[in-house]
Design a protein around this ligand. Structure first.
Ligand code: UDP
Length: 327
C-alpha cells in the first residue's frame, strides 16, 4: 500500500479526498491541527494531529509513514476573514505551506498535489477563465494561495519537487453515501447557510450584494461537486506517478450560477422556500468566477459528472438533514 500524506484530511475537501484515495488503493494519512477540521471525519486511514508550522512534528510523521506523495488541503479559506485579518492568511497559509514543502523536500518526497483557487485570478472582465488567465487576486486568501503556487514553482526548479496545482473555487455537495460532508464552524458558504435557513437553524440567508454587473445583480460562481473535485486530485497524483511532470489545472464546469439562481434551485430540490434578505456587498467578492476545465478533461480524463446544481444541493441536503450540523 502506498501512503499519501493528506494535510487537512479532517476538513471538508480533505476528508472526501481521503475516501477517494482509499478507493483508489492508497492509504491516506491525515495530518490536521483540528483548528477547523473534525476528528470524526477521519475515517479512511490513520490520523496524526499536528500544525503545518511544526517542522519537527512534520518530520516525525514523514519518517513514520514514508509517504509517496503529499496532498495539501490544509488552509484558511474564507475570503471575508482574509480581508479583515490578512496576517492570519499570510502566516497560516504561506508560512505553513512553506514549512510543509521544505519538510517534503527534506523527506525526499517528489510528488505534491496542491489545492489552489480561482481566487488567484481576481476580477476579470466576464471571461471564462483558463489556466493562462492572468493572476491578480483581489483578496488576501487568493494572494496567499498564489504565493504558495510560486513557492512550488521555485522548489520544483531547485529540488525537482513535481507538483500538480488545482485551481477551483466553489466546492459543494457531500459524499452521496452520507459518510462525510461539509461542516464549517462558523459556516460562511452559500449552500450550507442556505440549507440552515431553509430548516430554521438560522433566521435567513443574506444575499451579499444585488448591484453587481450580472443579469440578476448577484455574484456568479462556478460550483463543483466535492466528489468530482477529489477524483481530479487522485488523477493528478497518478499523472505525477506516470512521470508527466508539474502542471496546473482549473477545475470548473464552465457554467456559472448566480446567488439567486442557487436559491431558486434549492427550492426545486427541497420543495421548501429559502428565507432571505438582501444586504450589502461582502468585501473581497469578485463579480463572476467561472472556469472551464478543458485541460483537466483532455489531459487528466476528468469528467465532473456529479456537478449539477441539483445533485450538489441534493447531496448537501441529505447530509444536512441527518443532523451533522448540530454538533
Ligand atoms: N453569499 C451570500 N450570502 C452568504 C454567503 C455567500 O450571498 O451568506 C454569496 C457570496 O457573496 C458569493 C457566493 O455566495 O457571491 C458564494 O460565496 P461562498 O462564501 O459560498 O464562496 P466563495 O465564492 O466566497 O468562495
Amino acid at each position: 500500500m502506498q501512503n499519501v500524506l493528506v494535510t487537512g484530511g479532517a476538513g471538508y475537501i480533505g476528508s472526501h479526498a481521503c475516501k477517494a484515495l482509499k478507493a483508489a488503493g492508497f492509504t491516506p494519512v491525515t495530518y490536521d491541527s483540528l483548528v477547523t477540521g473534525w476528528e470524526d471525519s477521519v475515517k479512511f486511514g490513520p490520523f496524526e494531529k499536528g500544525d503545518l508550522m511544526d517542522r519537527a512534528r512534520l518530520d516525525e510523521v514523514f519518517a513514520k509513514y514514508q509517504p509517496v506523495a503529499v496532498m495539501h488541503f490544509a488552509a484558511l479559506s474564507q475570503v471575508g476573514e482574509s480581508m479583515k485579518e490578512p496576517g492570519l492568511y499570510w502566516r497560516q497559509n504561506v508560512m505553513g505551506s512553506l514549512t510543509l514543502i521544505e519538510a517534503t523536500v527534506a523527506a525526499g518526497v517528489k510528488h505534491f498535489v496542491f489545492s489552489s483557487t480561482c481566487a488567484t485570478y481576481g476580477e476579470q472582465d466576464n471571461v471564462v477563465l483558463d489556466e493562462n488567465s492572468v493572476q491578480q487576486p483581489i483578496n488576501a486568501y487568493g494572494a496567499s494561495k498564489r504565493a504558495i503556487e510560486d513557492i512550488l514553482d521555485n522548489f520544483g526548479a531547485a529540488y525537482g519537487l513535481e507538483h500538480v496545482i488545482f485551481r477551483y473555487f466553489n466546492v459543494a455537495g457531500a459524499d452521496p453515501e452520507g459518510e462525510i460532508g461539509e461542516h464549517h464552524r462558523p459556516e460562511t458558504h452559500l449552500i450550507p447557510i442556505m440549507l440552515e435557513a431553509i430548516d430554521g437553524k438560522r433566521p435567513a440567508l443574506t444575499i451579499f450584494g444585488t448591484d453587481y454587473d450580472t443579469p440578476d445583480g448577484t455574484c456568479i460562481r462556478d460550483y463543483v461537486h466535492v466528489c468530482d473535485l477529489v477524483d481530479a486530485h487522485v488523477l493528478g497524483l497518478k499523472w505525477l506517478q506516470e512521470g508527466k511532470g508539474s502542471s496546473v489545472f482549473n477545475l470548473g464546469t464552465g457554467s456559472g450560477f448566480s446567488v439567486r439562481e442557487v436559491i431558486d434551485q434549492s427550492r426545486a430540490v427541497t420543495n421548501l422556500s429559502v428565507p432571505y434578505e438582501e444586504g450589502p456587498r461582502r468585501p473581497g467578492d469578485c463579480t463572476k468566477l467561472v472556469s472551464g476545465s478543458s485541460r483537466a478533461e483532455t489531459e487528466l480524463g476528468w469528467s465532473p459528472e456529479r456537478s449539477t446544481m441539483a445533485q450538489m444541493i441534493g447531496d448537501a441536503w441529505l447530509w444536512h438533514r441527518e443532523g451533522h450540523y448540530d454538533k
